[in-house]
Ligand binder design. Sequence first.
Ligand SMILES: Cc1ncc(COP(=O)(O)O)c(C=O)c1O
Length: 280
Amino acid sequence: MDNTALWYVGGRWVHPNEATLSINDITVLRGYSVFESLRTYHRRPFHLEEHLSRLARSAALIDLEVPYTREFVAAIIDEVIEKNPYEHASIRILVTGGESEDGILPSGKPTLAVLITPLGERDMERFASGIKLITSDLQRVAPEAKTVNYVAAVRSLKNAIRYGAMDALFVNEQQQVLEGTRSNFFVFQGDTLVTPRRGVLLGVTRNVVLELARGHFRIEERPILLKELASIDEAFITSSSKEITPVVQIDDHVIGDGKPGVRTTLLEQYFIAMVGRGNF
Ligand SMILES: Cc1ncc(COP(=O)(O)O)c(C=O)c1O
């Protein structure tokens, strides 16, 4: 943790080791709050508007009234970039549930916090080798909203590490593969790109990748059945921090020849070129 960083927490600019939140905030007591995680490239936020829209959508989905305007939050984001030296960074926007008199219903104003941490250069090794995932039958709460309840994610990730995997994929009771703990999931069946649309957090990177793929590949937004994994040609996950990351193994099943696929590599090249042009 870079303790020289400056974060915005509840109206004050503080260093990470000075940042505090009330113990009576129902974020802490009950896990009730929403957040966003976005990144910058060369000090410019990647698709900020989409992240602000998703923050509003998440809040509406869990009935949390946000007393901060979109313009205000955007201005704080500009300021947090300005006040910190990071060339590439991850920015987290947190809107808490607010303090509570009775420990369950909010009675205070939600706190806004904007946190920034540095990111390194793109990890080309991850692109070249791909990653291994395991499946998890744990379920996210309110999966279409980005709330701070990541209990299923933390448990699944701990399990993935026990199995020597990088991450886990959530599979629901209908045996549909949904998404990663912090990423969206895509497969290629021939030249058809498939990704789920329902029961997942609609990632900003997911939407950008679908746009990049349009015109090059057939696109299907539909459930992916667990049994379909036996016949896929390629797979990858997407997220703000991991961009496009090839998946080469899921549980015991090796995908294709165990190396990142050609179509995934092509999409990565489009993605890297788009970022390089600053076209976001
Ligand atoms: C559950 C979940 N799905 C998908 C994503 C990917 O979203 P994005 O591409 O906006 O980073 C995230 C990001 O943290 C996530 O937590």
